[in-house]
Design a protein around this ligand. Structure first.
Ligand code: SME
Length: 163
């Protein structure tokens, strides 16, 4: 495994292009999904320094907090609730430029101004979501959608996890 993450400056696209291969190399050969989620969010936080980046995992009819970096967060989110629960219910990525304008947004931190949530879909079912929050308004766009989607798609989810 690489000893240090090599962070770079540059455009958002440059940053993702430098970061994603490093994350893939870091995860390669490690089957434990929690360990891999933990290193994924740590690497994203180290490169982008967003307010909060983390996973929520589907457990029955709720999302339960998984590995994350940032301030403490809500532990459980019902399907259809907040940005995360809506992303799960609709099975689609949500980009929210101003969280106060999103009906039902769940404010885990008052510092969060914009948010992107990417569902992790396996066998047509959402097994979790990747959630990123920023202190800046309108901080997420199609570049984030593309590269975060690539990252989420590359995660190897064990059968027992996808319940
Ligand atoms: N804002 C999210 C809740 C999770 S926190 O942002 C970490 C939502 O509305 O679902």
């Amino acid at each position: 495994m690489a000893e240090d993450l090599h962070t770079i400056e540059g455009t958002k696209e440059d940053q993702y292009k430098a970061l994603i291969p490093q994350i893939k190399a870091l995860l390669e050969g490690e089957p434990d999904i929690i360990a891999n989620m933990a290193n994924t969010v740590a690497a994203l936080k180290q490169q982008f320094n967003w307010l909060w980046v983390g996973f929520y995992i589907v457990r029955g009819d709720e999302l339960v907090l998984g590995p994350f970096q940032g301030p403490i967060a809500c532990t459980r989110i019902k399907k259809g609730k907040g940005v995360c629960g809506t992303s799960w219910a609709d099975q689609k990525t949500l980009i929210v430029p101003d969280v106060e304008q999103f009906p039902g947004h769940i404010a885990c931190s008052s510092l969060s101004k914009s948010e992107i949530v990417i569902p992790i879909i396996r066998n047509n079912e959402v097994v979790g979501v990747l959630d990123v929050d920023s202190v800046a308004y309108d901080d997420f766009d199609e570049t984030d959608r593309t590269y975060l989607q690539e990252l989420v798609d590359s995660l190897v989810i064990p059968q027992t996890f996808a319940n």
